[in-house]
Write a protein that binds this ligand. Structure first.
Ligand code: IPM
Ligand code: MN
Length: 353
């Protein structure tokens, strides 16, 4: 029986289409090698469509996307559109409405990749951040009063329910148990200042851990301290779980320690529904159309997608191919610094798969 996965592809803005093209190349190679099919359907959501039609996301889009096995996204963000319009209207809307409540972001240094952390290597930098993805300060609870007046005020609230916190923690505990690296789950919070929201997180963390995951070791760090240790002692970490905004911030720091945005991938996961995979870097307008952007982050996002679809062997072979390319071929991971073009890097990975 042949396995077929129908995948919605949103290349998006800037360099998104260039990196997604290489990701598709690698997916097709993996499908052929491992005996399954990928049915790719492209959607033109993004800045150009918005500028031409005034529509960010058609109302039917979310329901249509629900019918796919997975979504593969390039990048959202257009220099001609005010910041926030596309990010909220496409990326965040899809994360929220598809209830992709986990944002999974591995921080893993591949062989041959230079890290700015002196004296650290692939054996030291290998952990996963579980970022809560549908709550917190990201959901737009807030507003202005007296906008434009000298006494203007603005408020933006961090709101978390026990339900949201618990389902995220449960996923992270299960991941820490499954990974079995050092069997540790670290909660990243700010209980000394955010004494309501992170108090809730910390209580839920220990209660759930004690009751359902006694075999997983629990650690707590304030977010500022996490930043420090991610630089000084990344080898301490196995799985880090945190709220939406801290997760956004610390994963850019993590990305830089693994070689930069050219390699950092993420998955917006709904364990019971449709998940969306993306390189975590932006649309990089200044490199658009030059065939110099690094496609490896998009390719790695494709590997995470295969893993989630149940094609673990294919996923591992894509990751191994990426590692062999970073280890033996590329001069660097930055745009224009790879020693190869975007499409050449895609070809190399596809061949090795
Ligand atoms: C990310 C991005 C997004 C976020 C932006 C583009 C809305 O920075 O995926 O990390 O903040 O979640
Ligand atoms: Mn971010």
């Amino acid at each position: 029986m042949s396995r077929t996965y129908s995948i919605a592809v949103i290349p998006g803005d800037g360099t998104g289409p260039e990196v997604i093209r290489e990701g598709e190349k690698v997916l097709r190679a993996a499908a052929e090698k491992y005996g399954f099919k990928v049915d790719l359907h492209s959607f033109d959501f993004g800045g150009d469509r918005y500028l031409a039609t005034g529509e960010v996301l058609p109302d039917s889009a979310v329901d249509e996307l629900r019918g796919f096995d997975a979504i593969y996204l390039g990048a959202i963000g257009h220099p001609g559109v005010k910041p926030g319009v596309l990010e909220k209207g496409i990326l965040l809307r899809l994360r929220f409405e598809l209830d992709q409540y986990i944002n999974l972001r591995p921080v893993k240094l591949y062989p041959g990749v230079e890290t700015p952390l002196r004296g650290k290597g692939p054996e030291d930098i290998d952990y996963i951040v579980v970022r809560e993805n549908t709550g917190g300060i990201y959901t737009g609870v807030g507003g202005f009063s007296m906008k434009g007046a000298p006494q203007e005020t603005a408020v933006q609230s961090m709101v978390y329910s026990r339900f949201q916190v618990e389902r995220c923690l449960r996923y992270a505990f299960e991941l820490a148990r499954r990974r079995g690296k050092i069997g540790t789950l670290a909660l990243c919070g700010k209980t000394n200042v955010l004494t309501y929201v992170y108090d809730l997180w910390e209580r839920a963390f220990h209660e759930l851990g004690e009751k359902e995951f006694p075999d997983v070791k629990r650690e707590y760090y304030h977010v500022d301290a996490v930043c420090m240790w991610m630089v000084k002692n990344p080898e301490w970490f196995d799985v880090i779980v945190t709220g939406n905004m801290f997760g956004d911030i610390i994963t850019d720091l993590g990305a830089i320690t693994q070689g930069g945005m050219g390699i950092a991938a993420g998955g917006n996961i709904n364990p019971q529904g449709v998940s969306m995979f993306e390189p975590i870097g932006g649309s990089a307008p200044k490199y658009t159309g030059k065939n110099v952007i690094n496609p490896l982050a998009a390719i790695c996002a494709g590997s995470m997608m295969l893993d989630t679809l149940g094609e673990a062997e294919a996923a591992a072979s894509v990751e191994a191919a990426v590692m062999s390319v970073t280890g033996r071929e590329l001069e660097g991971l930055g745009a224009g610094k790879m020693g190869f073009s975007t499409s050449e890097v895609g070809d190399m990975v596809a061949e090795r798969v």
